[in-house]
Design a protein around this ligand. Structure first.
Ligand SMILES: [Zn+2]
Length: 73
């Protein structure tokens, strides 16, 4: 019997409000389903928007999200 991985997640670049900078956070679930507001793995409520390719390139990965997911194995 196979077990579904409970810690499925995806990453999405999130711009900081009012700036052109941002952070790539992790979110629970298989993918973003278009909701305007989501909670990051590191516990922040953030506004969601379709990221541009530049966002993917420029925004650094959130160390807190990464640490939480790493801790879950
Ligand atoms: Zn984060």
């Amino acid at each position: 019997m196979t077990t579904l991985r409970a810690n499925r997640h995806y990453w999405l670049p999130v711009p900081n409000e009012g700036t052109s900078a941002g952070t790539r956070h992790a979110f629970r679930g298989p993918r973003w389903e278009g909701r305007r507001q989501e909670r990051t793995v590191c516990g922040k409520e953030v506004g969601m928007a379709q990221p541009s390719e530049m966002d993917w390139i420029l925004f650094p990965t959130c160390a807190d999200c990464f640490g939480v997911l790493k801790g879950e194995g």
